[in-house]
Design a protein around this ligand. Structure first.
Ligand code: HEM
Length: 535
């Protein structure tokens, strides 16, 4: 019987067996041999050289030498917390068979990691950046990861541009100097040539990019996903986390000063709040779109640079997450946790969003590099609370000791092999979406409107918020050496709002360009045109 008894403590209990309590214990080597002196290594005489036979020194030194793993290629700096999620009621049953979303009696353990995107592990917390908001739900049907951000759109529509985006925003390749220190040319060069990024650019220039606290920011799944109910019927869904403390930001001056005075501002705030019992709470909501309504909007649901305005599809509250325990060990938990948007449980599925499709490849690929092993799922923080059975084995740092000679399927030698034939177990079934088409490297024409939602954003905010955006643009673009890049950005701003362009132009020493045409090279292979031609 694989069914675990799920409650909010299930993960904690599982982690218990991996925790070490070294109080009142003798110091030992990794082999369990007691150490009697650790302040000096073994020498040939009091002033002599180190002896190779000093197994204690060599083990201690070797372990230290190997104590770092590659930092995440993005989202390198983060802070984690344990907690639980509980659904309010069973009203989502109509749409999904995912039990953790529909059984109000179940408290599903979670581990959340909040992060900045661009900076290295040791960078400051309060920089202008997107924040990651990744949640691992240890459900009784396996791990589900909602790997989101604190802003609902994204910069690009297709995963093939992600490497370019990140190269443009990370420190320069020649001198490894981060953008913030001097020139901001590369990121704004890329953005100014990427009209599809304009909606996200508005969010990044806004106060959302300098949150006051990880406890006071919202989270978004960004992509459109699918929910699947017991009968196999699908609907589209967007996920939202709402901070129950409300969404609060710093002002830029505070953010800059804090980056120097307390680079751990957000990390410290989260840690201390949890230590004091002031537990952060977030409400999960969904926006549901019936499959029949897929083409009802004037944007494409598969386009991750768009939101679904709440006036069109209201938020529907599902449940609440409470973060109530700090990690015991930063490296073992916060650093080694491995999220993946493809970690799905029955009742939740992906869509063909071309950004999401690329992410489904990227996370495992990068984690193979980060952990140097396919066995990172066996690290305590990554283990599901369900038991796992399969024929995977071997590889660096394999923990599980598989018994017997049968490590293949099908087999007739397994005897009492606990693994039933797949298909008999009511496991995960991918939604049977019908797919057909010509192979094509491009996007649908329905992805082509890059400005309407940027304008919607500008129109929806208050004057103080507008002022902050204008000042942020002055700061950012004011550090761009290239006049053409500044001008191109003004051309985009003018398409979003002439008022915005005018106010930005007053602070960056260039005029709004006349007859501005956004870069087309990005879209020079439009899928729909191409497929029409093929027909
Ligand atoms: C982390 C790739 C878009 C949210 C990462 C990592 C990679 C990556 C390689 C490092 C993972 C690790 O080392 O464990 C990509 C690609 C994207 C993309 C290729 C687009 C094609 C997004 C989007 C979101 C997002 C749209 C938000 C919805 C995150 C978060 C993390 C992360 C929150 C940090 C997870 C953690 O705390 O460990 N991404 N990403 N990414 N990504 Fe993405």
């Amino acid at each position: 019987e694989n069914k675990p008894n799920v409650n909010e403590n299930s993960k904690n209990k599982q982690l218990e067996q991996f925790r070490e309590d070294s109080k009142d214990q003798f110091m030992t080597t990794d082999q369990g041999v007691r150490v009697n002196h650790t302040a000096d290594h073994l020498k040939a005489g009091p002033r002599g050289p180190l002896l190779m036979e000093d197994f204690h020194f060599r083990e201690k030194m070797t372990h230290f030498d190997h104590e770092s793993i590659p930092e995440r290629v993005v989202h390198a700096r983060g802070s984690g917390a344990h907690g639980y999620f509980q659904a309010y009621d069973d009203s989502l049953k109509e749409f999904t068979k995912a039990k953790f979303l529909t059984e109000p009696g179940t408290r599903t353990p979670v581990f959340v990691r909040f992060s900045t995107v661009v900076g290295s592990r040791g960078s400051a917390d309060t920089v202008r950046d997107v924040r990651g908001f990744a949640t691992k739900f240890y459900t009784e049907e396996g791990n589900y990861d909602l790997v989101g951000n604190n802003m609902p759109p994204f910069f690009i529509q297709d995963a093939n541009k992600f490497a370019d985006l990140v190269h443009a925003i990370k420190p320069d390749p020649d001198n490894e100097m981060p953008q913030a220190s001097a020139a901001h040319d590369t990121f704004w060069d890329f953005a100014s040539l990427m009209p599809e990024s304009m909606h996200m650019i508005m969010w990044v220039l806004s106060d959302r990019a300098i949150p006051r606290s990880f406890r006071m920011m919202d989270g978004f799944g960004v992509h459109t996903f699918r929910l699947i109910n017991e009968a196999g019927k699908a609907c589209f869904v967007k996920f939202h986390w709402r901070s129950l403390l409300g969404s609060h930001s710093l002002v830029w001056d505070e953010a800059q000063k804090l980056a120097g005075k307390d680079a751990d501002w957000l990390r410290r705030d989260l840690w201390e709040a949890i230590e004091m019992g002031d537990y952060p709470e977030f409400e999960l909501s969904v926006q549901i779109v019936p499959e029949e309504d897929e083409f009802k909007f004037d944007f494409d649901l598969l386009d991750a640079t768009k939101i679904i305005p709440e006036e069109l599809v209201p938020l529907r509250p599902v449940g609440k997450m409470i973060l109530n325990r700090n990690p015991d060990n930063f490296f073992a938990e916060t650093e080694q946790v491995a999220f993946h948007p493809g970690n799905l449980v029955p009742g939740i599925d992906v869509t063909n969003d071309p950004l999401l499709q690329g992410r489904l490849f990227s996370y495992i690929d990068t984690q193979l590099n980060r952990f140097n092993s396919a066995n990172f799922g066996e690290v305590p923080i990554n283990r599901p609370i369900t038991t796992t059975h399969n024929h995977q084995g071997a590889g660096f740092m394999r923990h599980t000791i598989n018994k017997g000679k049968v490590n293949y399927w099908p087999n007739s030698l397994g005897g009492g092999c606990p693994m039933m034939a797949p298909g008999n177990m009511g496991g995960y079934i991918h939604h049977m979406e019908r797919v057909e088409g010509h192979k094509i490297r491009g996007r649908s024409e329905s992805f082509n409107d890059h400005y309407s939602q940027a304008t919607l954003f500008w129109n929806s905010i208050t004057e103080p918020e507008r002022k902050h955006i204008v000042k942020a643009a002055h700061f950012e673009l004011g550090k761009v050496m290239s006049k053409e890049i500044r001008q191109r950005m003004l051309g985009h701003f003018n398409k979003i709002s002439p008022e915005l362009a005018q106010r930005v132009s007053e602070g960056i020493g260039v005029e709004i360009p006349k007859n501005f045409e956004p870069e087309k090279s990005d879209n020079n292979y439009v899928a729909d045109d191409a497929s029409k031609k093929i027909k």
